[in-house]
Design a protein around this ligand. Structure first.
Ligand SMILES: Cc1cc2nc3c(=O)[nH]c(=O)nc-3n(C[C@H](O)[C@H](O)[C@H](O)COP(=O)(O)OP(=O)(O)OC[C@H]3O[C@@H](n4cnc5c(N)ncnc54)[C@H](O)[C@@H]3O)c2cc1C
Length: 416
């Protein structure tokens, strides 16, 4: 059987996903002289950013969010607006002259039958063989909804945060936002500012709320500075400062969390960077309520009932579920044994899973130092690892005949 750890040098490296992760990996490979082809399922790059809500700005700084080889222009300001992120990604692809094929969705990856890398099954019956594959389909790939009883019969308006653009359709409405991650927190504030009549926020786990900056120092910088220290130690040391920086909202129904931001991040939940939530809760514009338990048709209220974990009932006109996303990697690579119980890759960045050399993953972690920063670092590491692997394969391919003839000579000498 052919050895798939020996990549076929003519096959390009395929990069699945034309977001910041895929584009930066392709640019880093190109800088190392490796042909990389980006495969993007939508009709343009940066698809995730095009779908985000209108008011979104990076909560990581411009300087710590640039991708390798091209910094974001100063004119974008410190906190870059969504449209400028998209503009930057377009410019980035042009600047690095990246090879990008849009409209191709990869549904499954298998070992190539000839043993020369990986076979990608794409939409339209395409089959592509790559010497290596970088998987960058995004941590926020598929909207996730909890398995709430009664949701299918709920007559009110219901949407996932992925479909929220701005507050205009909800002006004058009673809205319940479910989930207090960065997205839920920001949508709640956006609704208040956009004229919703009442905004309630269903909280299952008390959030870790951090100021985006303290005296000009960004929360991200602290994340970078302390990223190598044990999470529990950082949380213990930063607790007094966190108490000073963010007021206690227990009286308003949002108690302080029992675990700190670093421990939470390790579990996959990033801290909430305050974009107005604290003030909105303090002034009663956003009302925290208990977690959602179930939905009911609500015979007496036209909009249906939402039953909360504390037994109370609400009848909002609209429910917006800011309940996160799934990576949805299972159909793509689940059969290769490279995912853990949470559906996340067992190896990340420059490391490939032992049984699947040449298969790289980027963008499936939640670093407090900033996801874009991490993608940028990974891109360079992955490119170097692929170049190293190619050099190793090449040298063992050129060594083999010589070794064989040395062996032959040794055998012949032994036979005499
Ligand atoms: C609301 C929000 C705000 C964020 N703000 C910040 C921030 O301020 N700072 C920060 O550092 N990070 C932030 N992040 C996190 C992260 O940096 C971004 O999500 C970033 O876009 C991740 O890049 P990515 O390339 O890994 O994934 P994505 O940007 O999601 O790109 C994945 C791409 O892959 C494509 N794709 C998916 N599946 C397939 C397939 N099977 N075949 C072909 N193509 C496929 C998608 O269409 C998409 O274009 C934010 C995330 C969210 C959701």
């Amino acid at each position: 059987m052919a050895d798939i750890s020996q990549p076929h040098p003519e096959n390009p490296v395929y990069v699945i996903g034309g977001g910041p992760g895929g584009l930066s990996a392709a640019a880093a490979l190109r800088a190392q002289g490796v042909r990389a082809v980006v495969l993007e399922r939508s009709d343009s790059i940066g698809a995730s950013w095009r779908q985000h809500y209108d008011r979104l700005r990076l909560h990581t700084t411009r300087r710590l969010s640039s991708l390798p080889g091209l910094t974001m222009p100063r004119s974008f300001g410190r906190w870059v607006a969504r449209d400028n992120v998209i503009r930057y990604l377009e410019r980035y692809a042009d600047f690095h002259d990246l090879e990008i094929v849009t409209g191709v969705e990869i549904s499954r990856i298998d070992r190539a039958p000839a043993g020369d890398g990986w076979l990608l099954h794409g939409s339209g019956g395409r089959e592509l063989t790559g010497s290596a594959v970088v998987i960058a389909t995004g941590y926020n790939h598929t909207p996730h909804l909890p398995d709430w009883p009664g949701l299918d019969t709920f007559p009110g308006k219901f949407l996932h945060a992925a479909d929220y653009r701005n507050a205009a359709p909800y002006a004058g409405q009673d809205v319940l936002v479910v989930g207090v991650g960065n997205t839920g927190a920001e949508i709640a504030v956006d609704l208040v500012e956009g004229g919703a009549a009442r905004v309630r926020l269903a909280v299952r786990t008390a959030p870790c709320i951090l100021r985006r900056t303290t005296l000009g120092w960004s929360a991200q910088r602290s994340g970078v500075l302390f990223r190598r220290l044990p999470a529990s130690l950082v949380d213990r040391l930063s607790r007094p400062l966190a108490k000073l920086a963010t007021p206690d909202l227990s009286a308003q129904g949002m108690p302080r969390p029992s675990t700190g931001p670093r421990v939470r991040a390790k579990e996959g939940t990033l801290p909430v960077l305050d974009m107005g939530l604290v003030n909105a809760v303090r002034h009663g514009h956003v009302e925290p309520v208990a977690a959602v338990a179930s939905f009911e048709r609500g015979e007496n209220s036209g909009s249906g009932d939402v039953v909360l974990a504390d037994g109370s009932r609400l009848s909002p006109q609209t429910v917006i579920a800011a309940t996160g996303y799934r990576t949805a990697l299972e159909p793509l690579v689940g059969h290769l044994g490279v995912l853990n119980a949470r559906g996340l890759p067992v190896s990340h960045g420059r490391r490939t899973p032992t049984a699947t050399p040449g298969l790289y993953f980027t963008g499936y972690t939640t670093p407090v130092s900033g996801a874009l920063r991490e993608l940028a670092l990974n891109a360079k590491k992955i490119a170097k690892a692929i170049v190293r692997e190619r050099a190793r394969a090449k040298s063992s391919a050129t060594k083999t005949p010589a070794d064989a003839s040395t062996n032959d000579r040794a055998k012949a000498a032994a036979a005499q």
